[in-house]
Ligand binder design. Structure first.
Ligand code: OGA
Ligand code: FE
Length: 336
């Protein structure tokens, strides 16, 4: 880590994992190496882009004063982990298709006024549920926040979108987290410009080629796209290749933007004893008309595997039959 960063946080504020890390490169937005990395779909911390400069004044007080009094989406967790789950896939499991598959929701999704969220953040003590606000920036957030949103540096991100042939911007998520909160390792199917507004977040990334080391849940599972490995206590007997996972990392501070390439795995933690954190992300669809060239890239192979799993479930109907069929197909035929 660079010395400059060390003044704002130190390694005792980072959770300990049994992983080896390579530092994600950090370049100025004007440095040609920034676009070079983006075009190779490799992560980069982009400095001085002013992408969310108009939001740099956001803190709890500002948001409490200026955000509307609508209900916002807040996740509650009994521990520090906020593992995402797909509600539609939970419904399907509860229907015919998933008989016999247990699923316990690891977090609770609730609607909350911002004032209550902030009160609970301030009064939080050990043993209480942890909170993580994750709300799309839409017109319920109030006119002042919308004005700041309109004043984002759209020239910068629209420029990245056209230069790198991304599809449309689909969503801006506002994340307000407590110190120590963790979003466990997962990948998204979109390009992400992750703009840090307030506080420090440690981002641990892995390339799509690490699929075998990270053991994603089956596609039909509510935890689709999440790693089954618990980074706090990896079960190496079940997930031996996690030992070989090659991680990239960076601690992101206010004003810094991390490019998280589509299909790259990411684990994100609000550093401990660092106060709360505020982030706005920019999710873009991937290139709609990318031409396919060979050899295929690792992320394209992940997409193929996802499609095969989906097709098998479509015809077999029962998720419990997918694994055995794949085994029959592969073992002794495509394995040594
Ligand atoms: C994302 C993401 C989680 C977090 O932006 O894709 O996973 O805790 N964010 O910031
Ligand atoms: Fe994500």
């Amino acid at each position: 880590m660079s010395n400059e960063k060390k003044s704002n946080w130190d390694s005792s504020q980072l959770r300990k994992y049994n992983l080896t890390f390579t530092e994600i490169p950090r370049f100025d937005c004007d440095d040609p190496r920034t676009d070079e990395l983006i075009s190779q779909q490799k992560p980069v911390v982009i400095l001085n882009s002013n992408l969310a400069a108009s939001a740099q004044k956001w803190n709890l007080e500002y948001l409490e004063t200026h955000m509307g009094d609508a209900d916002y989406t807040v996740y509650l967790s009994r521990n520090h982990k906020f593992k995402y789950f797909d509600e539609k896939k939970v419904q399907k499991l509860n229907g015919d298709i998933g008989k016999g598959i247990d699923f316990m929701q690891p977090t609770k999704k609730v609607d909350m006024k911002l004032s209550e969220f902030i009160r609970r953040l301030k009064e939080w003590k050990r043993g209480d549920d942890r909170l993580y606000l994750q709300q799309g920036l839409n017109n319920t957030v109030g006119p002042e926040i919308v004005r700041d949103f309109v004043n984002f540096n759209w020239e910068f991100c629209n420029g990245k979108q056209s230069k790198h042939n991304w599809g449309p911007l689909t969503y801006n998520l506002l994340l307000i987290g407590m110190e120590g909160n963790v979003t466990p390792c997962h990948y998204d199917e979109q390009q992400n410009l992750f703009a840090q507004i307030y506080g420090y977040k440690r981002c641990i990334l892995f390339p799509p080629s690490e699929f075998e080391c990270l053991y994603p849940y089956p596609v039909h599972h509510p935890h689709d796209r999440q790693s089954m490995v618990d980074f706090d206590k990896p079960d190496y007997s079940k997930f031996p290749k996690f030992k070989d996972a090659k991680a990239y990392e960076s601690v992101l501070g206010p004003g810094e933007v991390l490019y998280i390439p589509v299909y790259w795995w990411h684990h994100i933690e609000s550093i401990m004893r660092g106060g709360h954190t505020i982030t706005v992300n920019f999710w873009y669809k991937d290139s709609p008309n990318a031409k396919i060239s060979y050899p295929l890239k690792d992320f394209q192979k992940v997409a193929i595997m996802r499609n095969i799993e989906k097709m098998l479930l479509d015809v077999l109907k029962d998720p419990k039959e997918v694994g055995p069929l794949l085994k029959t197909m592969v073992l002794g035929r495509f394995t040594e």
